[in-house]
Every structure is written in C-alpha cells, then in structure tokens.
Design a binder for this molecule. Structure first.
Ligand SMILES: [Zn+2]
Length: 323
C-alpha cells in the first residue's frame, strides 16, 4: 500500500514537471495578469533606460559604477535603521541608535526625495541641518545630463547648486525635497524653504524635473515644484530664467501660467485650467501678501502673478543683474 502511494506521488510529480516545462514555440506570450509580473517588466524597461543614461555618462567620462556603490552603501546604512529603504525614515530612531550628524546626512542625502521623514522628538538644531545647498555632485550630474542639462546647456556646473530641504506635504507630513538653483540664490532659496516649512506651508511635491525627463508640462501637471531646466520660455526663442536656475515654480497645477496668444488664452499646465479663477477658496493658491509670496519678495524676487498681461502664478524669479 505504502509503495502504491509512493508511485502515485512520483507519477504526479512527473506530470507536474512535464506540464511546467512545456513551452509554446510560436513565440506567444500569455498576457500578464499578475501585477508582480507587470512590475518586473516595468523594471526591465527601467533598466533599459538606465543603460541609455550610463551611455551618456560614459560619453562624459563619468564613472557611475563607483558612485552607485556609494549610493548603495548609504542606502544600506539607512536600512539598518529601517526594515527597508522604501520605508519612511524615522529620524529619532536613527538618532537613538547613536548616529551623528554626518551619518544622518549620509543616510538622508541619498534617501529619495518625496519620502516622509518622521521628526517626532528631533530637535530643531538637528533637523534644520537637513536644509542645505551643495555643489552639483556626480550622482546629480548623472541624473540631469541629457535632460534638464541638455546638450546645448552652457551654464557651468559651478553656477548651479543642488539643494535639499524639508517641506510639509499636502498630507501634513514632513517630506524630503530637492531642487537645483543658481549658486547666487542658493542660500536664499534654502532659507525660503526653511521658513515655509516652519510655517507649515503646504507643498505637494519637490523632485528634479529630470524625473519627468525634463518635460516641464508633465512636471507642472503633476504639481511638482522645481527650478532649473535649460529651456526656452514657452512659445518663444528666448531662454527662460529657469535655464540659469534663477526662477522657481511652486505648486504649479494650482498656480498656472496664463497667457493670451493670438487672441486665445493658453493655460499651462492644462489641468490647471479651473485654477485660473483666482477667487476660488483654494489653500494652495499663491496670493499677494501670503507666506510664500512674502518669503520670496523680501529676498528680492519678483512674482509672475504681479505681471500685467501674462500671469504666472507659480513663478518667482531673480533677474540676473539683481543679484
Ligand atoms: Zn516658472
């Protein structure tokens, strides 16, 4: 009897393995119904993009492999404090484990922008050091070359700074934000965002426009706040001040760009159309005299909402000669 059962198990095992090894030879692939399979296809596509990026990097004589090792090391270090680098970062836990300021910076430096940082019980003297400007490092170059820092870009890297700040999201949680601005205004921009954060000013998103392949419309439609992008003014041949990192757009979907062109009104982003009515009660509107307006204006910026014909409610700029 026991032998019969063993034979039966063996037979079932053989049928099972035969079925799984049967593949269609006509190249047909089953449609992907399993989300995790879809995910892995997506990841493969992403890897292909990475290959493209590394080609550009190679052409520029940049060594990405060493850099990635550094990134991985720091993320792994962050993972010591969290189960996964994808989790949000509890800064008080990091501190409780004895990390010093340098170690905290190393961890937060490579933590993806947008992630939530839990500052419960963390002193201001510590979290305010997470607002800073730094030179354009290799990992940032790798992200922007060929995108916001296009082929024709003649702005030296020395004229630009990568800034990291914290901001209060629409979800009222603390998020990590990033931006590239001109060296001349970098310290001012850092203090503007520190001021906005301390006053609980809501910002939805703050990642480099390169996350949208430097497509300003896509970035605006996603309500992403950003600055540097080597590009012309919409509908013109003139370079925008964004090309020098001298202009900053805040919550662009709720503060659209409105322009009359050939008797037609152009609104960018298109999904910001309903927010051209500035009398609506919307907490994300930038208005003359509010916290955001004052933070920029008192440091010498001008606001696109004050322009006479065209209105660019999201836009603050510093003219080159003003600084
Ligand atoms: Zn702008």
């Amino acid at each position: 009897m026991r032998q019969k059962v063993l034979y039966l198990i063996l037979a079932l095992f053989l049928i099972g393995s035969l079925a799984s090894s049967c593949k269609r030879e006509d190249g047909y692939q089953e449609p992907l119904n399993n989300p995790s399979e879809k995910q892995s296809v997506k990841e493969n596509q992403k890897n292909e993009n990475d290959v493209d990026r590394s080609e550009i990097v190679q052409a520029k004589d940049l060594d990405e492999s060493d850099l990635n090792k550094e990134e991985v090391k720091a993320v792994e270090k962050g993972s010591d404090f969290n189960d996964s680098a994808q989790d949000n970062l509890d800064l008080s836990e990091v501190l409780a484990k004895g990390a010093n300021i340098e170690e905290i910076h190393e961890i937060v430096r490579v933590y993806p922008s947008g992630k939530v940082l839990d500052l419960t019980g963390v002193e201001k003297s510590i979290w305010e050091t997470l607002f800073y400007a730094e030179e354009i490092a290799q990992d940032v170059k790798n992200r922007i070359v060929g995108k916001s820092y296009g082929e024709n870009c003649d702005v030296p890297f020395e004229d630009l700074r990568y800034i990291r700040v914290l901001y209060q999201g629409f979800d009222e949680l603390t998020h990590i934000g990033e931006m590239i601005v001109n060296t001349k205004i970098a310290e001012d921009v850092v203090s503007i965002f520190k001021e906005l954060f301390e006053q609980g000013y809501p910002i939805e998103k703050m990642v480099l426009v390169d996350e949208y392949d430097a497509d300003d419309n896509a970035s605006m439609a996603d309500n992403n706040s950003s600055a540097f992008n080597y590009r012309n003014i919409d509908g013109s041949d003139n370079l925008s001040l964004h090309s020098y990192g001298l202009a900053i757009d805040i919550n662009p979907k709720y503060n659209p760009y409105v322009k009359e062109r050939n008797g037609k009104t152009v609104v960018l982003p298109e999904n910001g159309l309903e927010y051209t009515d500035r009398n609506k009660d919307c907490p994300y509107y930038i208005k003359k005299g509010d916290i955001c307006y004052e933070a920029f204006i008192k440091r010498g910026f001008t606001w696109g909402g004050d322009w006479k014909k065209t209105k660019d409610y999201q836009h603050f700029e510093m003219k080159k000669e003003d600084k």
